[in-house]
Design a protein around this ligand. Structure first.
Ligand SMILES: Nc1ncnc2c1ncn2[C@@H]1O[C@H](COP(=O)(O)OP(=O)(O)OP(=O)(O)O)[C@@H](O)[C@H]1O
Length: 260
């Protein structure tokens, strides 16, 4: 890991006086068996602190999505442990895991995954209406204001731009104040200007509201909004960059991909 980066230019990083809100310990995931077995995660460990925005990057096939899925309880590792808010996600039976995801985690995906027949407001408040934590109307109003969605709440997804749809998805991910938001290529379907706006909102959720965010991305400009970038290669973390800029991220990626 790039130890030197911890002391330089880290205006966004905070002193770590708390225990991590989420961690992965020696997580291993193998797809297939015998000759065709693919080691997607080779024993990954990492800690994520409250109010920290982490980007996960790495070459194609390095295990980013698999790690996100295992951490978020959407897939089960073969070995190792994932703990979020003190709960061993890897040990939870399926029904409790489903409730844990709904109540304690937030998700933003590349495909906005909004329900087309519901309005923006109905999409945002779906979790609470499906039996999740009670809706906090004041928090919802604050989110809607920060995300600039106030005049779009009664529109359906087809009547919203891509950026507006993703902002609805961000609001949906934040409305129940989850312990961790997992984002998988959240700006992959957006033009760079709109992507920048959505990431600014994610950044504000981290800085102003102490939200913890773990985001997989291929985009150095997206990663530059994070507090730090963890780099995966061949299913293992090989580098870390604190207070990233697009240029620094590109340079690290070039090294990882053997281009420099
Ligand atoms: N369901 C699956 N069955 C078999 N192999 C899989 C499966 N999912 C992922 N893999 C393999 O595991 C490895 C890691 O895949 P993963 O999707 O986690 O990588 P990634 O870094 O997210 O890649 P990309 O940047 O291309 O999305 C790859 O070699 C991939 O082919």
């Amino acid at each position: 890991m790039g130890e030197g980066e911890h002391t330089s230019d880290s205006t966004r990083s905070r002193p770590r006086v708390t225990s991590p809100v989420a961690y992965a310990h020696a997580v291993r995931k193998v797809y297939g068996s015998g000759d065709s077995a693919v080691v997607a995660l080779a024993g990954v460990s990492a800690a994520f602190h409250q109010g920290e925005f982490t980007a996960i990057m790495g070459p194609s096939g390095s295990g980013k999505s698999t790690l996100l899925q295992c951490m978020a309880g959407l897939d089960r590792p073969d070995q190792g442990q994932v703990v979020i808010a003190g709960e061993d996600v890897t040990a939870l039976p399926e029904r409790r895991l489903t409730a844990f995801r709904r109540d304690r985690l937030g998700f933003v995906f590349q495909a906005f995954n909004l329900i087309p027949t519901l309005t923006a407001r109905e999409n945002i408040t779906l979790g609470p209406r499906l039996g999740g934590p009670e809706l906090d109307e004041r928090w919802l109003a604050q989110l809607v204001h920060v995300l600039g969605l106030a005049d779009r709440l009664h529109h359906r997804p087809a009547e919203l731009s891509g950026g507006q749809q993703q902002r609805v998805a961000v609001a949906r991910a934040l409305v129940h104040r989850p312990d961790v938001v997992f984002a998988d290529e959240p700006t992959g379907n957006l033009d760079s200007r709109t992507a920048g706006q959505v990431l600014e909102f994610v950044r504000r959720a981290v800085t102003e509201f102490g939200q913890t965010v773990i985001m997989v991305t291929h985009d150095p400009a997206a990663a530059a909004h994070a507090d730090r970038v963890l780099f995966l290669r061949d299913g293992a973390f090989v580098d870390e960059l604190v207070s990233p800029t697009s240029e620094k991220v590109l340079a690290r990626l070039a090294v990882l991909e053997g281009l420099s």
